[in-house]
Write a protein that binds this ligand. Structure first.
Ligand code: NDP
Ligand code: GDP
Length: 361
């Protein structure tokens, strides 16, 4: 249970999070700070503000002046900075969450996605070796259900063969295997979390769930006419990010490094997500037409609320992801707490509050 032990830096447990400014990074930072960790995060240089999701943490005296949270400028494409940060802070645990994480964008930024998501993982592992910490530092790798892609079995387990369907998934496939290889070759404590989609009010605005809940809030407040979406019939196993970061931490507290599926075991379509989200503001959707010509209308007033736009279709789609989290339940004692209904409600409510405060958001 090294995560509970003392670190090279006095008695503090030291963790490094790449991707701390992202959805998962922000929840994980909160989680680790509550557990008493000294949390370090890698911050990308950006011309605009990119710390919105962790601003509330950085504002706390314990973090800002008490030394419980530190940010370091860095990038997964820059080997030197990774070596220098890891050598300096000697983390007990590293959570590699940094990534170009958007599947559709990866078709347009395929080389960059490979640089960050594939080679970035290798750079991080090598930085740990260069710092001489391969026997001390435990590493969590943010692997993904996208590896299953065109699924060969349902539900997917740790043993299901992979069939990636996007440059993002291909890059993450390299990340997965290089972690397995370094574990076997150098005895490193490195784990892959095969996490299925997980969402929250902090989810990036161009992922489908958040796009829908933002759209519902804007339409409800009269700030937008209708929502445009791509494929409505894909199914995902959607959980809440808050639950999933706990599974990441649990993986690093085990006796042996292993890979785990983290999922709810329930799949819902994009269409169902739309219907559920609108139902929280009292609107029922009546669907009309098919494929590119499909539209969704308010069943009472006939007002157009949803329109399919082919520009959101992907060159190769992942139709169905459904995870079997039995191993995580059994070995980690982990289970999801937030249901699909609660997740959708939480996101719609948060976006209604956000848009009421700031209609430009
Ligand atoms: P986000 O897109 O919200 O966050 C990604 C983070 O990576 C951000 O902090 C981003 O910085 C950072 N980042 C991007 N490029 C680089 C780079 N070149 N160097 C360093 N950092 C970089 O993703 P999530 O929080 O949702 O996901 C976390 C991880 O889990 C990702 O690796 C993702 O691929 C993976 N994953 C996510 C799933 C999900 O459903 N959310 C499912 C399975 C896996 P900035 O804020 O500056 O953009
Ligand atoms: P992904 O599972 O990591 O690709 O997460 P996304 O939230 O980006 O997409 C989930 C599913 O929703 C995919 O099958 C998409 O094709 C589908 N989808 C339908 N319309 C949209 C849309 O407008 N934006 C996004 N991002 N996805 C959409």
């Amino acid at each position: 249970m090294s995560g509970e032990g003392s670190s090279a830096n006095g008695n503090k447990k030291v963790a490094l999070i790449t991707g701390i400014t992202g959805q998962d990074g922000s929840y994980l930072a909160e989680f680790l700070i509550k557990k008493g960790y000294e949390v370090h995060g890698i911050l990308r240089r950006s011309s605009s503000f990119n710390t919105g999701r962790i601003q509330h943490l950085y504002g706390q005296p314990a973090c800002h002046t008490g030394g419980q949270m530190h940010l370091h400028y860095g990038d997964l494409t820059d080997t030197t900075c990774l070596i220098s940060i890891i050598t300096k802070i000697r983390p007990k645990e590293i959570y590699n969450l940094g990534a170009q994480s958007h599947v559709k964008v990866s078709f347009e930024l395929s080389e960059y996605t490979a640089q960050v998501d594939a080679l970035g993982t290798l750079r991080l592992l090598e930085a740990v070796r260069t710092a001489g910490l391969e026997k001390e530092t435990r590493i969590y790798q943010a692997s993904t259900s996208e590896l299953y892609g065109k699924v060969v079995e349902v539900p997917q387990t740790e043993k299901t063969p992979f069939y990636p369907r996007s440059p993002y998934a291909c890059a993450k496939l390299y990340g997965y295997w290089i972690v397995v290889n370094y574990r076997e070759a150098y005895g490193m404590f490195a784990c892959n979390g095969l996490l299925f989609n997980h969402e929250s009010p902090r989810r990036g605005e161009n992922f489908v769930t958040r796009k829908i809940t933002r759209g519902v809030a804007k339409i409800q407040l009269g700030l937008m006419k209708h929502l445009e979406l791509g494929n409505l019939d894909c199914k995902r196993d959607w959980g809440h990010a808050k639950d999933y970061v706990e599974a990441m931490w649990l993986m690093l507290q085990q006796e042996e490094p292993e890979d785990f599926v983290v999922a709810t075991g329930e799949a819902h379509s994009v269409r169902e997500f739309v219907e559920k989200a609108f139902s929280y503001v009292g609107r029922k959707i009546a669907w009309r037409g098919e494929g590119e010509n499909e539209t969704g209308h308010d069943a009472d007033t006939d007002e157009l609320l949803v329109k399919v736009n082919a520009k959101y279709f992907r060159p190769t789609e992942v139709d169905l992801l459904l995870g079997d989290p039995s191993k995580a339940k059994q070995k980690l004692g982990w289970k999801p707490r937030v249901t699909f209904e609660q997740l959708v409600r939480d996101m719609v409510e948060a976006d209604l509050q956000l848009m009421k405060k700031n209609p430009e958001a």
